[in-house]
Design a protein around this ligand. Sequence first.
Ligand code: SF4
Length: 140
Amino acid sequence: MMKVEQGKAERITEVRILDCCHNVAEDENMIWVCSGAVNVGEIAHKAGNLLTYMGKGRTCCTAAVATGSEAHVKIALKAKKNIVINGCGLRCASKILEHVGARIDYEIVLTNDIPMVLTFDVSDDDVKKVAEKIVEEAKL
Ligand code: SF4
């Protein structure tokens, strides 16, 4: 439990501490999201984090792999499974993994089912549906 200052009000919020990606990758489904700056990128980001909280995998820092961070590339190379969530058909997250030679075990392109809209206002229902679809299709 942690005290969180929010303006003048103070409330108690439970903080869920995540496993360190580096320590768990070999036995974990590592989830890579594009986090694009449109609705489908936002849904990708939130769906990845929801899957993590559901205990189905662990999101990791896709941007760090793109920079060539040795630690993050190693995580992608040794992951039990790499699950990739792309917002649109440009497949940025998948291309980042392909660039470092990491195996992709499952990938999804959200615009195949969800139209791209220039907003970050996405529904929890859409995020949940995407997460559930990934659980089913990737057999997580
Ligand atoms: S896959 Fe599409 S939505 Fe995601 S970062 Fe790339 S261009 Fe943006």
